[in-house]
Design a protein around this ligand. Sequence first.
Ligand code: GAL
Length: 327
Amino acid sequence: MKSFYHGEINEFAQWHDTDGNIINASDGGIIFANGKYHWYGMALRPLPMASGPYGGQMTDIGVVMYESEDLLNWKYEGVILEVSHDPESELYAPLRFERPKIIYNDKTGKFVLWCHYVKYPGNHGRGTGDADIGLAICDTVNGKYTWLGYSRPIDEYGWVRDMTVYKDFDGSAYLIYDRHISVPNVGDDRCLYVVKLSDDYLSFTDTYKRIESAAWREAPVILFKDGYYYIVTSGLTGWETNQAKAFRTKHLLDEWEDLGDPCVDDFTHTTFNTQGTNAFYINGTDKQIIMLERHNTKNFLECSYVWLIPKLENGTVKIEYLKDWKI
Ligand code: GAL
């Protein structure tokens, strides 16, 4: 890769690793450790969208990782969270480890991976294991992560959909997730919630906040600048893209203010035909890259990555599309 090439907004540009293979790390993130960036995500399949065990949106590999020093040359590091071929296992494939996010715990020295776990065959149902949060842990950033199981934050009634994890500057960490419940005599309710994690990042605490303004939103990505936390979200149209909406707050567990669509000149109102995944700092700077993804439902191996630099100024967030750029 010579640059972050995205092309036209209807294009599925391919990024390759240093072996020449398509980078296959869906909806993951980047963690900087041991002097290198590590890019991880769920490895999708070269198949179209389909339900049951047939779709490309499921994995039969697991969560994979790549490393880089310059964000352009990515060397494949291998599978860090492996599926199982034992039908009795929670990791029996194909399944989904959607939107995996890794954070490092300074106190325990462990790398902690949270994901949206959807057991075999990977359909978004409502039963146990169909709508949960999965947890895995490792002593090294790129080692084999040990699966610790799955659970539901807040209570067992809330189905887990999209999620992310955010490590704050004081070392506290938060799970942000789309909670879906059925309210008797009212109907369905969906809203983003922020849940504080325990000090070791291995469980949920009872401290949480419903982001009232972010009802019926998903694909949360957190950004920070000058005292404001921002969350960029999508609407709920599955793999079809839709208009982004951002919110801001000064305290993660406080009210969040609706800022509208952060995308500049996005005339198609589709977040430039992408959906948000994660954000990370360019090492040694206060610049963050927002990672978005253009899902290819005809062949999930050919989803493409769109990385942009959001402008965070005076309490606002603006995202401009660039067809091609480098740092
Ligand atoms: C999207 C969501 C993805 C995935 C997909 C369909 O809206 O952001 O993470 O869940 O729906 O299954």
